[in-house]
Ligand binder design. Structure first.
Ligand SMILES: [Zn+2]
Length: 95
């Protein structure tokens, strides 16, 4: 794993920890930093990172706290508090 990828992983952990503590502004800051690192290094963000961040407002999503998760027609639909929806095919968490 290269340094940029490690940095993204670290920022992801920090974002998750901040969101867990209810510190959403700080979590958003880490999410934005991680996106910038990925962009600058032409890296794809890890799937878990993409699943748990809002594309519109960069919030780190905590289902039940600042995001709603519904299953519909074989998809997982995540709705952020800002109103943005994200849909993913339903699958097990193996990868
Ligand atoms: Zn949002």
């Amino acid at each position: 794993m290269d340094i940029a990828a490690e940095r993204i992983e670290r920022l992801h952990e920090l974002a998750r920890a901040a969101a867990t503590e209810g510190n959403h502004d700080r979590a958003r800051y880490y999410v934005r930093l991680a996106r910038r690192v990925a962009e600058r290094n032409r890296l794809t963000l890890p799937r878990e990172f993409r699943r748990f961040t809002c594309d519109r407002c960069d919030t780190y999503l905590r289902p039940g706290q600042n995001a709603r998760v519904r299953l519909r027609d074989g998809h997982v639909v995540v709705t952020c508090d800002c109103g943005a929806h994200a849909r993913y095919p339903y699958e097990s968490n193996t990868a």
